[in-house]
Ligand binder design. Structure first.
Ligand code: NAD
Length: 486
């Protein structure tokens, strides 16, 4: 059987493990196995499913230190952020477990006598999941816990950059009591992903990743059969800083938003849209802080900045920075690879600040997915919002101001799934919906009470116990002059 290695991006000679390159037949087997286990799981009462999910959360909490270490080694996230990744999964477990004892549908008074109307949720059977590497525990948890609560079987194909994290997460679920056959993991890159997306036994496909891959996967998934397809894709997130903003606060937000996780979050701050009156002092502060960030092995608690995921990512980021300079941007800081001690072969990129960026520059329009902040100077609030909205993405945005009217006007006008006021573009919390507008998604939201929607079908039920034919819209609201239809 062909295999591939998962390596530490900070030190690629550190091999995390070897994993099977799953084929389309492996995907067939996985879908069949999960599909056979699913009906029994669907018969487990929802609160009892919730108790098992809560137990998984408790187990994840007891394993948080070792899991965070694995996230740091395999995905290159610094320990603090790796711990946050695991914490998100713990929080998600307990949030979803709570939903098991909350409202499950709607009941609505009927317009007719002796008639009941309600909705309930049906599992879709087997859910196919394709996940990225950058939240290698959190994102599987966002999908797996609500899908389990809804009564489904699961086949997940994690990123080829984070197979061990997914195995460790699924292991905690099965150790907590989720039936082993119910959650199947297949590994590899495009082949198993494409096979899963188009498999006739998959009732819902949930994809998180880049826009180009997501578009292609969704098109083939829709063409090959009727199923729910949900997409959580990339971002080109902007922070708007108005002249009345607290510049220290904005500096903290920009540094964390742009350089946290080495800029490899879907919600990373990629554009700073700042009023010209405060652009100089704000950029000076950000550059000073960027220069102080310590790049290093993510498992070293002193490291502030981990690697980018692989050499290809490093080359892509460098090329985008070169293009920005060619288009007229100025490098205020960074723009080069870094080689921290003890990280031989690691792909580190310096926290980079580019000034003089214009809205039509490539660096202002395309997702970089690296520690690069493009600074655009815009005076008028409406113009700043236009620049925020001028890209094809619509995930997250932030506005920094001390004026409530300015803040709420921006909230109204920004076209994005998530808007922060005086907080960076990163930092979503579990109980609220997560997702974006435009090409960032297709309308579904993860997390929050709506997280279950992409993994279940709503069934509307009418029960008439009057013992006679009752006609909605006809019997109680006859049209004057019309017959009775008999
Ligand atoms: P990617 O699109 O390269 O890969 C995502 C997944 O798709 C991986 O599992 C990959 O193996 C698989 N894949 C690749 N080609 C495929 C194909 N032809 N058929 C089926 N599957 C295929 O993304 P990535 O580099 O892993 O992650 C980074 C991207 O994810 C960024 O664009 C980021 O913004 C986005 N992201 C979005 C969210 C969100 O919730 N909106 C969250 C995290 C990351």
């Amino acid at each position: 059987m062909a295999t591939f290695a998962s390596v530490n991006p900070a030190r690629p000679t550190d091999v995390i493990g070897s994993f099977p390159s799953s084929t389309a037949s492996d995907v067939d087997r996985a879908v069949a196995t999960a599909g056979e286990a699913q009906p029994a799981w669907a018969r487990v009462p929802v609160p009892a499913r919730g108790e098992i999910i809560a137990a998984a959360g408790t187990l994840l909490a007891s394993r948080k230190v070792e899991l965070a270490d694995l996230v740091a080694r395999e995905a290159g996230k610094i320990l603090l952020e790796a711990g946050g990744d695991v914490q998100e999964a713990i929080d998600m477990a307990h949030f979803v477990a709570g939903q098991s004892r909350a409202a499950w549908g709607e009941t609505v008074p009927s317009e007719l006598a002796s008639k009941l109307c309600w909705t309930t949720r049906q599992p879709v059977g087997v859910v196919g999941m394709i996940t990225p590497w950058n939240f290698p525990v959190a994102i599987p948890s966002w999908k797996i816990f609500p899908a389990l609560l809804a009564g489904n079987g699961i086949v997940i194909k994690p990123s080829e950059h984070a197979p061990a994290c997914c195995e460790a997460f699924v292991g905690a679920c099965t150790d907590a009591g989720v039936p082993e056959a119910l959650v199947q993991v297949v590994h590899g890159h495009a082949e198993p992903g494409a096979a899963l997306a188009t498999h006739p036994g998959v009732g819902a496909l949930s994809f998180t990743g880049s826009v180009p891959t997501g578009r292609a996967v969704a098109a083939s998934a829709m063409e090959s059969g009727p199923r729910l397809v949900s997409l959580e894709l990339g971002g080109k997130n902007a922070m708007v800083v108005r002249p009345d903003a607290d510049l220290d606060l904005a500096t903290d937000g920009a540094v964390f938003g742009a350089f946290g996780t080495a800029g490899q979050r879907c919600t990373s701050t990629s554009r700073l849209i700042v009023h010209p009156d405060v652009a100089g002092p704000l950029v000076d502060r950000i550059v000073k802080r960027a220069a102080e960030l310590v790049a290093g092995d993510p498992t070293n608690p002193r490291a502030d900045l981990g690697p980018v995921i692989d050499a290809r990512a490093g080359e892509r980021i460098a090329a985008m920075v070169d293009d920005a300079v060619a288009e007229g941007a100025t490098v205020a800081h960074g723009a080069s690879a870094l080689h921290p001690d003890g990280c031989v072969g690691g792909t580190f990129f310096a926290p980079t600040v580019l000034t003089g960026v214009q809205p039509d520059h490539r660096i202002a329009r395309e997702e970089v997915f690296g520690p690069v902040l493009a600074v655009l100077e815009v005076a008028d609030l409406a113009d700043a919002v236009d620049v925020v909205n001028s890209v094809e993405y619509g995930l997250s945005a932030a506005v920094y101001t001390s004026d409530i009217g300015t803040a709420l006007s921006a909230v109204d006008a920004i076209d994005a799934g998530i808007v922060y006021v005086n907080a960076p573009t990163i930092g979503a919390e579990i109980p609220l919906p997560f997702g974006g507008t435009k090409h960032t998604g297709n309308g579904f939201r993860e997390a929050g009470t709506r997280g279950i929607e992409q993994f279940s079908q709503v069934k509307t039920v009418y029960v008439d116990y009057s013992g006679r034919l009752q006609r909605a819209q006809l019997d109680n609201r006859p049209t004057p002059g019309a017959g009775d239809g008999t």
